[in-house]
Design a protein around this ligand. Structure first.
Ligand code: IPD
Ligand code: CA
Ligand code: CA
Ligand code: CA
Length: 261
């Protein structure tokens, strides 16, 4: 598979940041950790990886803006391009030595996400997608699952954090969905959750209280893999609503129906 110049820029930046994350994961007990809010941690590993991504992307694509989880918004001279960056999606897993986390980088052009990279450095899985060019994991083409019935489906959910999100609403949604589906998971990395739906390892996923950096790369992966995706109300404004529901066509429709009931 021949990578486009844009994909090369994105994957080079991500692989460089991944080397730093992997080193830090090996010494996780010595990392400096602070709490941004209850249950919301950030470590030196997140910050270092984000800085590496920022420097690499700025060098290759000067002027593009940034929306980053740790450094926030940086306006660029080029108003039509913006990177959405989560340097470490799954910080809680990472800090507990649980090897399930990823780097997620999405590119917005003229208000549309046009490219995304999600990399799991532990499993060495590189998920990439570009608008109109398909989605791939380690050069293998991705396709969402073909399961039609919720009773056979594996569904991933996200949980609201302490002081963030409506726990009662979450339990209402869980009570509506869980008894009807084949299995449920919660992984701790929204980016990988979306990538797993894109490659058919799971049939659907929903979560509220997410940010653009959690979802941007996952969105383009899903769309390019033939998935259906919207906010939890069925609308197109996913970043504004801060929620996502996705799946193959059939499971997406079932999930949305239950979420809206
Ligand atoms: C978190 C993960 C998690 C999701 C949280 C996110 P972080 O991102 O994606 O799966 O449930 O809502 O904040 O903080 O580890 O980058
Ligand atoms: Ca975080
Ligand atoms: Ca995240
Ligand atoms: Ca993060």
């Amino acid at each position: 598979m021949i990578r486009s110049p844009l994909m090369t820029v994105m994957t080079d930046a991500v692989m460089k940041a991944a080397r730093s994350l992997k080193r830090d994961f090996g010494e996780v007990e010595n990392l400096q950790v602070s709490r941004k809010g209850p249950g919301d941690f950030v470590s030196a590993a997140d910050r270092k990886a984000e800085q590496i991504l920022r420097e690499a992307l700025e060098k290759s694509r000067p002027g593009y803006g940034f929306i980053m989880e740790e450094q926030g918004v940086i306006e660029g001279a080029d108003k039509s391009h913006c990177w959405h960056i989560d340097p470490l999606d799954g910080t809680t897993n990472f800090l507990h030595g649980l090897p399930h986390f990823a780097i997620s980088v999405g590119l917005e052009r003229e208000g549309q996400i046009v490219a995304g990279v999600i990399y799991d450095p532990i499993k060495d899985e590189l998920f990439i997608a570009e608008k109109g060019k398909g989605a791939f994991v380690n050069n293998r083409r991705l396709r969402v699952s073909a399961r039609r019935d919720l009773v056979d489906a594996l569904i991933i959910c996200g949980l609201p954090h302490i002081n963030r999100g409506d726990h009662r609403q979450f339990f209402r949604e869980l009570a509506a969905i869980m008894p009807l589906c084949g299995g449920m998971r919660r992984s701790g990395s929204a980016a990988l959750d979306m990538a797993y739906v894109a490659c058919g390892r799971a049939d659907g996923f929903w979560e509220r209280n997410l940010h653009s950096w959690d979802m941007a790369a996952g969105l383009i992966l899903l769309r390019e893999a033939g998935g259906y995706v919207s906010n939890a109300e069925g609308g197109a404004d996913i970043f504004g609503a801060k929620s996502v529901v996705c799946g193959n066509e059939y499971i997406y429709r079932e999930l949305l129906k239950l979420l809206k009931a």
